[in-house]
Write a protein that binds this ligand. Structure first.
Ligand code: ADP
Ligand code: MG
Length: 487
């Protein structure tokens, strides 16, 4: 309602402050002190025009929360204070955006109180002891076990180009949890690249710098399981309250929340509460937020509020440094060429790099042999044989066609165009060379060609490689590409 439309005889003689004070006293009796402090104390009455009271809330999210949880309570309260035609409007200060935080205000009409949503919230008695899903009896804030592994520290996390942004964001967050714009801090990257290590290093550092802060590490799987248990034992409220007490919450592998709607829902509320109260959230995921499937949009949009930083496979020098740091920590010495050999040959992820080192050491101790290049070669060969995944014919076809810029289905078609024939032959050659498929099976992948065609193709490729340097160049390039993407 515009101020110019003020009713002639307003029944409300209250000004905005008085009206809101009266509202607050009613609201206070209906909800827990904690909720009152969190959700109502930050509100500022900003305008009283006729029957419409405008309240200013700190963020869009705050507004949504009020509308979602307290719409009935607000509706009834406003009617009590301002009479039957009383209404509420919100003015939202937008502030939680990255970059230039230019606050601006948008007007929102208040809810009608008729839409679905919870009835007037009953007081949540948080004075009672809250059940701790980590089963620590007689919970007090400081008694929460952080579930952190002391091994994961910054000083054991080797820095490289692959992790520089993530690592320095992690350090910034650890120095000022909740007070940087990196909230949430989302660390993402493939398996074994150090997400858990880095996330826990932040947690450990916070505990060291701020002993009074409550830090909690939990994997998404465990979080889900606890929530399911809490639902079973009718203690979902306790579950939520427990998590809402944290100063720093680390939720590992959030991609595992995919398609678990109820768990996502409860995490959404926990996230909101913590974020609103300036608490730090650290999340990890196997892919960037934009590629996460099966997660609600409202959750994804919050994941993007802070900073997403990726972890990549370390380059050779960083791999070497990681190996040396592990050897130093374990008091092990190995010839430089052996360490380099490992760093050179394991490029899948850091976990496997460590695994290869451990295997080699185990081997030397068991066989009572000095570690030399020959031994390293044997160990790595065994090691990679277990971990290497065989390249598929599909991906060979894709890579060859990408290289020649041709549509993949042409390989299965009857086209006899020169460049297609060439791509088809090279693909068959790699399928024979790099996979364990039979000639017949390979032929099937190429539109049902018979085994003699496959033999002929392989022969042609080998002959051409000997006679045509340009052709050999193509084949070598493609092989390199296949090796780097699949090993
Ligand atoms: P993720 O959670 O991404 O799957 P982890 O954090 O479990 O990976 O890391 C796998 C292993 O590699 C751990 O033992 C970890 O200590 C080690 N690691 C990963 N990155 C580094 C690094 N930059 N420096 C030292 N160790 C690392
Ligand atoms: Mg992990």
């Amino acid at each position: 309602m515009e101020p110019s439309q003020l009713p002639q005889s307003s029944p409300n003689l209250l000004d905005k402050d008085q009206a809101w004070l009266q509202c607050l006293s009613i609201i206070k009796d209906n909800i827990s002190l904690q909720s009152f402090k969190t959700w109502f104390e930050p509100i500022v009455p900003s305008k009283m025009a006729g029957d419409v009271l405008t309240i200013q809330v700190p963020s869009q999210f705050f507004y949504e929360w009020l509308e979602e949880h307290y719409v009935n309570l607000l509706h009834k309260t406003i009617k009590r204070v301002l009479g039957h035609s009383g209404r509420l409007e919100y003015s939202v200060v937008m502030e939680h955006h990255q970059g230039e935080a230019r606050p601006y205000t948008i007007q929102m009409p208040g809810g009608t109180g008729k839409q679905s949503g919870p009835e007037v919230q009953m007081p949540v008695n948080i004075g009672q002891s809250i059940k701790n899903p980590f089963v620590i009896p007689g919970l007090k804030k400081v008694q929460v076990d952080s579930q952190l592994n002391a091994r994961y520290r910054f000083d054991s996390f080797v820095e490289g180009d692959c992790n520089r942004l993530a690592r320095s964001a992690g350090l910034a967050v650890a120095a000022k949890p909740g007070a940087t714009s990196f909230n949430p801090l989302m660390l993402y990257g493939g398996t074994g690249l150090g997400k858990t290590h880095l996330a826990q290093a932040i947690g450990n550092q916070v505990r060291q710098l701020f002993p009074n802060k409550t830090v909690l590490y939990v994997s998404s799987e465990r979080f889900t399981q606890q929530f399911v248990d809490a639902l079973k034992s009718h203690s979902a409220n306790d579950f939520v309250h427990f998590y809402q007490m944290m100063d720093v919450l680390i939720l590992d592998d959030v991609h595992n929340l995919a398609n678990k709607e109820k768990t996502q829902d409860v995490f959404f509320h926990i996230f909101n509460h913590l974020h609103q109260n300036g608490k730090q959230l650290i999340l990890t995921s196997d892919r960037p937020p934009k590629d996460l499937r099966g997660l609600e949009d409202r959750l994804l949009s919050r994941f993007k509020w802070g900073l997403s930083a990726d972890l990549q496979m370390p380059d050779f020098e960083t791999r070497l440094a990681i190996l040396q740091s592990k050897m130093y920590a374990d008091g092990i010495e190995l010839p430089a060429e052996v360490v380099e050999f490992i760093a050179h040959n394991i490029h899948s992820n850091v976990r496997e790099l460590e695994g290869a080192l451990t295997s080699l050491i185990a081997y030397t101790t068991l066989s009572n042999r000095q570690a030399d290049l020959e031994l390293a070669r044997t160990v790595i060969k065994n090691f990679t044989r277990h971990t290497q995944t065989e390249v598929s014919i599909d991906s060979i076809q894709t890579m060859v066609c990408e290289y020649f810029d041709l549509p993949v289905d042409l390989l299965r078609a009857t086209t006899r165009k020169r460049e297609v024939v060439q791509a088809r032959q090279i693909s068959m050659y790699f399928a024979k060379k790099l996979t364990k498929h039979s000639l017949k099976a390979i032929g099937d992948y190429f539109g049902g060609r018979d085994h003699s065609t496959v033999i002929h193709s392989c022969q042609t490729v080998e002959d051409l490689m000997e006679t045509d340097r340009r052709f050999k160049g193509f084949v070598d390039d493609i092989l390199k590409k296949i090796k780097t993407t699949t090993v």
